[in-house]
Design a protein around this ligand. Structure first.
Ligand code: ATP
Length: 305
């Protein structure tokens, strides 16, 4: 019981600048009492069935409806990309799967079982989440990677680090895996933090993955390393990705276009792009045009810069 409190204390000490993020974490914990196991909830093993959203409705508190009559099926093992205008409900619909919130209408099931009939612990044990904000605590890299799987062996931790393209970073550090990170230790860059989060998930090895793709730019080489490890991470896992990159979207097995809390289009990139007057086609055009104007902007910069 005391160990997590000690960790939280050390986070407070070590990350004064991360206080906004930490506040969000506390808010998140505050919300937890709402989401509890049903008395009849059962622990489930490894989830490898299809994910179904049926007539899902959702609102935050007494606010307006964010999702309304949303239906979708994600087949086991496929990569589903969610695209759509800002505020359409992409993040919300993904956060219902690990039950950060419960649906206010309809139901979500995995392999035919309503997720509310599974214990929270076993449901969340099946899901890995890569978010833009990485939650790290003051401690060694080893502890940060093994977070959530304290029984991991040295070999498993090293393998997870290798697959997350973090091995070279670790080898270059003074105490390798035992290097302490945080304000009193070594400070990790944004890209390194992301890779650490990916290593955690390789170690956890969940069958379901939720990726909230970063919108902020990293340098090209880091970006490539992260994209490569994310591509490897998603192999053989049912993956939901809130997609901002064309490369990810075109690689997805299926694209769901979300607009005002509903799925308005669904299909492959090739199919959606040809749909006259479709929202996906319009969004894609804006993105391609945006890129074209960016490229023109780059061309205008003198070579000396
Ligand atoms: P973006 O692409 O900008 O991230 P999104 O499609 O992921 O957008 P959501 O973040 O799911 O959209 O938001 C859907 C709606 O729900 C928005 O109107 C948003 O303001 C609202 N919303 C999101 N989170 C909360 C919250 N914690 N409390 C209240 N309203 C929220």
């Amino acid at each position: 019981f005391l160990r997590p409190i000690e960790k939280i204390n050390s986070v407070i000490e070590t990350y004064p600048k991360g206080i906004a993020g930490f506040q969000r974490y506390l808010n998140f914990l505050d919300q937890q009492p709402d989401i509890v196991d049903r008395p009849t909830a059962r622990p489930i093993g490894r989830l490898d069935g299809d994910i179904l959203y049926r007539q899902v409705g959702f609102r935050y508190g007494s606010g307006r409806s964010v999702l309304d009559g949303l239906n979708l099926t994600i087949r086991a093992g496929e990569m589903a990309a969610f695209v759509g205008p800002s505020g359409a409900g992409k993040t919300t619909l993904c956060s219902l799967l690990p039950r950060f919130y419960d649906v206010t209408a309809g139901a979500i099931s995995i392999g035919g079982v309503d997720i509310r009939d599974m214990t929270l612990k076993s449901l969340r044990g099946n899901i890995g989440i890569v978010q833009q904000d990485v939650f790290l605590f003051a401690g060694s890299i080893r502890e940060n990677i093994a977070y959530g799987r304290l029984d991991a062996t040295e070999a498993e931790i090293r393998e997870a680090a290798r697959r997350a393209r973090l091995e070279e970073v670790i080898d270059a550090m003074p105490q390798g895996l035992d290097t302490v990170i945080g304000e009193r230790g070594v400070k990790l860059s944004g890209g390194q933090k992301q890779r650490l989060a990916i290593a955690r998930i390789f170690l956890k090895n969940p069958p379901i993955l939720i990726l909230d793709e970063a919108t902020s730019a990293l340098d090209t080489e880091t970006e490539r390393a992260i994209q490569a490890s994310l591509a490897e991470l998603s192999v053989g896992r049912t993956t939901l990705v809130i997609a901002h990159r064309l490369a990810t979207i075109t690689r997805a097995d299926r694209i769901f276009v979300v607009d005002r809390g509903r799925i308005v289009e669904e299909g492959s990139h090739a199919a959606l792009i040809t749909r006259e007057g479709g929202l996906y086609r319009r969004l894609h055009q804006v993105q391609v045009e945006g890129m074209a104007s960016l490229l023109e902007g780059t061309a205008a910069v003198p070579a000396s810069q």
